[in-house]
Design a protein around this ligand. Sequence first.
Ligand SMILES: [Zn+2]
Length: 297
Amino acid sequence: MKPLSIGAVGVSTVVESLRVPMSFAEFLPEAAAAREVLEAARPWLEPRFAELGADPRAGVGFLDFHTYVVRTPRHVILVDTCIGDDKDRGGHRFFHRLKTPWLANLRAAGLAPEQVDYVMCTHMHADHVGWNTRLVDGRWVPTFPNAKYVFARTEFEHRRRSFEAAQGAGYGAYADSILPVVETGQAVIVDDGHEVDGHLRLEPAPGHTPGNVVIQLASRGARGVFCGDVLHHPIQVAHPEWSAAFCEDRVQSAATRRRFVAAHADTGTIVMPAHFPAPTAGRIRSHGGRWRYDFLD
Ligand SMILES: [Zn+2]
């Protein structure tokens, strides 16, 4: 994504992985079943957002993994911290013990970890909290020594309860990417509606996870929104009824997605999802009784 300005706030991305191919059958099952819909969307989807092949039911969509860097006049804020390096994710083919240039990419963007003031996570799935910490001498330590990590209370409490119920065996990302930050006193647990820096505000968007939030950005009359995994792939803007396989409550996620798409359509708000391939950011517009996603570039 090209760096952009929303009012007085600059937004850019730090990339972990680009164009990770996932079969629609695996991540968006209703899409895989909708052969005619995919076929009709082929000219728009290929080659940037999907590779459908001869039978679109066997096609793959592309997902990016990136962190948003938000520079307000006073602070540097990160939104969603990808998968992270070295994390034990049980052999998962996209997540397990990665080695990526994410930290080098952060530095190349002109940022040292010490300069980050706030870290925010839309939810606590492993691909949104990974770089909260890094492995140093066999211990997980906060990657950003001077940052406050802002966590939504509902999500945090849900993960904490499951982790404690499983006596530590349940959810690796809580142990290696959340707890170390709590232990250094850097975690700030906040309620919905909480504001950071006067520019960012948490808004509940449950379904993908119980405490999932979107982060609204407003500056000088301009608006943006970091919507995390409310949307995984641009085709869901036209089909908000399609939840991803990773949504913990797929029915609630679909209702939240529909509400999100309708609320932001034709408003000029710049939408910044967690996994849309480049050019990533865009606007939602109503179009012939449905909605569509217009990329900024
Ligand atoms: Zn995700």
